[in-house]
Design a protein around this ligand. Structure first.
Ligand SMILES: *Cc1c(COP(=O)(O)O)cnc(C)c1O
Length: 325
């Protein structure tokens, strides 16, 4: 199952849904509004809505638009029960095995299944979500997997457990529907030894070049001072595009095939790069902020965050250009 919530992690939900058509058997989004955008664009595959319905009217919408709602509260189940019997959306049941964010408690689920048997369907899957799947050492995942197995053994439902890190690090979690998000886009936040290619390359270009004498500073707040006469390239991307303002001096970018370092603060529309050691740089040259030649995970570490946040924060100002490779 391809998780394409948050505009397919910033890649463009409709683009990605079209590319994965016929390859992913199913799509997943967080909220029904995201599914409606896909339906408007002509995407017809069933879509799982991971947060289920937030209001009763979303149950009718889900039925109308062939969406599957993941139920995690009794109130949501009541909303579905109150739909006309032949107009009830398909539902999944979410079990809270330890993440404590969404889902029915482990000791509650048997009662829920009995009480709402009449609105379950062939599609109904028992799902859970792992809190620490990206940590090979954590005892939390074995505990969650054990709790889930115990629950699942009581019934005959298909199951859904794994997210991207779990598919890499916890093979025993790969059962039934695997919910692949970030891995699909080629980020590898976990230690796992899997070679995946980034789908997204974020690029801009050099819009100005100057020499800054040793002792002078660059950018807002003068947070970086040249220790030698330096060539500084100004690049047309900033935090309004989704390039993180938290990136410190030394964050890598790639220009003309070489790594160079961010110097000075990230502005709204521009950043400044020390290109003293890359004499070939000229105005108009393409600059890669992350992607093909520079791992988004490495940039995320500099910014003190994770690739997920970098991807999903690319703003509407940045055109998404689809290249088939
Ligand atoms: C977002 C999400 C996923 C996908 O997670 P990745 O780590 O990006 O693979 C899977 N399951 C649920 C419930 C989610 O919310």
């Amino acid at each position: 199952m391809a998780v394409i919530k948050a505009d397919a992690y910033g890649h463009g939900g409709v683009n990605v849904a079209r590319l994965l058509r016929g390859r992913a058997k199913r799509f997943a989004v967080a909220i029904i509004e995201e599914a409606l955008v896909l339906r408007d664009a002509g995407i017809v595959e069933p879509i799982v809505v991971l947060e289920g319905a937030h209001q009763p009217r979303e149950c009718a919408l889900a039925f109308q638009h062939n969406c599957i709602l993941v139920m995690h509260t009794q109130q949501q189940l009541e909303w579905v029960r109150h739909c006309e019997p032949d107009r009830r959306p398909a539902i999944w049941l979410k079990v809270d095995t330890g993440m404590h964010r969404l889902g029915f408690a482990v000791d509650e689920i048997e009662h829920i299944v009995q009480a709402y048997h009449g609105i379950l369907c062939e599609e109904t899957v028992l799902a859970t979500h792992l809190a620490c799947a990206d940590d090979e050492q954590s005892g939390a995942t074995p505990a969650q997997l054990a709790a889930f197995s115990k629950v699942a053994a009581q019934f005959n439902f298909p199951v859904s457990i794994a997210n991207s890190p779990a598919t890499i690090l916890w093979p025993q979690s790969r059962r039934g529907w695997n919910r692949l998000g970030v891995g699909l886009y080629g980020s590898q936040p976990t230690a796992g030894n899997v070679n995946i290619k980034p789908a997204m390359t974020l690029r801009s270009s050099v819009i100005a070049l100057r020499t800054v004498p040793a002792g002078d500073s660059v950018g807002y707040g003068q947070t970086w001072t040249a220790t030698r006469d330096s060539r500084i390239a100004t690049v047309g991307i900033g935090y309004a595009d989704g390039y993180p303002r938290h990136c410190p001096n030394g964050t890598p970018v790639v220009i003309n095939g070489s790594k160079a370092e961010l110097v000075g603060r990230v502005s709204m529309d521009m950043i400044t790069i020390d290109v003293t050691d890359i004499p070939t740089v000229s105005i108009g040259d393409s600059v890669e902020l992350w992607g093909e030649n520079l791992s988004i995970d490495e940039v995320a570490r500099h910014a003190g965050t994770i690739s997920y946040e970098l991807m999903t924060r690319i703003s509407v100002r940045v055109p998404r250009i689809v290249r088939h490779r």
